[in-house]
Ligand binder design. Structure first.
Ligand code: ATP
Ligand code: ATP
Ligand code: MG
Ligand code: MG
Ligand code: MG
Ligand code: MG
Length: 269
């Protein structure tokens, strides 16, 4: 700090490398749970989708958006969450390592902090970790394609996992038998297995599982009464409108145009 006299050791700061993110690009930080396949088993996650775990992921992502600056949208599924910083953000001078580590640590500490709100008495057996990476996207199309890619991944995995665990849980197959049964099958085949053998219409499965979770800022017009008191006068009640913003969760398609047309202010020009 400025109070400290420069020491002869000071030169080592110059070993730090410049990781400033290119201007004008969306900065995406994606986190992914470390070894969550095992973590899920040890904490008795329901298969294929544990709603407590999904709720905790979303709650932690919400805390990241509320406590850090300049995140305009985030998208999560399974043990991953992506956070998009606005193009013009100058938070931490756009230093990639600062942005990424703040996101990862805020997320991880929230995951632990809010654990009991979602898992109740079931103990957290060890401290979970999340890896992070930074990717820059120069155009709205690239950013949309990035989010579409993550949502397509959610769909492919969830379709597979849903039919796989249906074969095991309802069909009485072993995991190896279920795996063999699904080898080489296309999406249509999987839908057909569920429909004809188990009477399950995949398209009626919960949206949160099929589409993942998108968090955006929502503006709220709020009217409040405020009492104003001038000196030597009786108090007066006045109506004041103010806009607050809060994070809202959506489980909808983000690949098509509809979501973006309904929320035209998320992406910048
Ligand atoms: P930034 O987010 O930029 O790092 P900061 O407030 O964390 O801001 P630092 O330069 O990292 O600033 O300084 C950490 C501060 O935290 C110290 O100046 C001190 O006030 C406080 N602090 C940290 N550890 C201790 C401790 N063990 N005992 C007392 N105070 C502490
Ligand atoms: P890595 O450390 O390489 O990321 P990983 O074991 O975390 O390894 P992923 O590809 O990230 O592997 O997969 C995450 C796994 O966590 C899923 O395959 C699933 O087993 C489990 N999982 C995550 N979230 C849930 C959930 N909500 N419900 C059930 N299982 C989940
Ligand atoms: Mg992985
Ligand atoms: Mg993982
Ligand atoms: Mg993952
Ligand atoms: Mg500090």
């Amino acid at each position: 700090s400025s109070r400290m006299a420069k020491s002869k050791f000071e030169y080592v700061r110059n070993f730090e490398t410049d990781d400033t993110c290119l201007k004008n690009c969306y900065i995406v930080v994606r986190l992914d749970g470390r070894n969550f396949h095992k973590f899920a088993e040890q904490h008795n996650f329901m298969k294929p989708n544990d709603d407590r775990a999904l709720g905790l992921m979303t709650c932690s992502a919400r805390s990241v958006m509320e406590d850090l600056d300049d995140i305009i949208i985030s998208y999560g599924q399974s043990d991953e969450f992506s956070f998009v910083f606005k193009r013009t953000s100058n938070w931490f001078k756009r230093r990639a390592s600062k942005l990424m580590t703040h996101v990862a640590s805020q997320f991880s500490s929230s995951y632990v902090f809010y654990w009991k709100d979602y898992f109740g008495d079931q103990p957290l057996l060890y401290p979970p970790g999340f890896d992070g990476r930074v990717v820059l996207y120069p155009s709205n199309r690239n950013l949309r394609d990035y989010l579409s890619w993550r949502q397509a991944d959610c769909h492919v995995n969830n379709l597979y996992n849903t039919v796989f665990w249906t074969l095991v849980q309802k069909g009485g197959l072993t995991t190896t038998q279920a795996e063999d049964r699904l080898k080489g099958t296309l999406a249509a085949d999987k839908n057909e297995i569920m429909f004809s053998e188990f009477d399950i219409n995949y398209n009626k499965e919960p949206l949160v599982h099929r589409k993942g979770t998108t968090l955006i800022w929502e503006k709220l017009e709020e009217t409040v009464t405020k009492s104003v008191k001038l000196p030597n006068e009786a108090g007066e009640e006045v109506l004041v409108t103010r806009t607050r913003r809060r994070v809202s969760a959506h489980h909808c398609d983000v690949i098509g145009n509809q979501f973006w047309e309904e929320h035209p202010n998320i992406l910048e020009d």
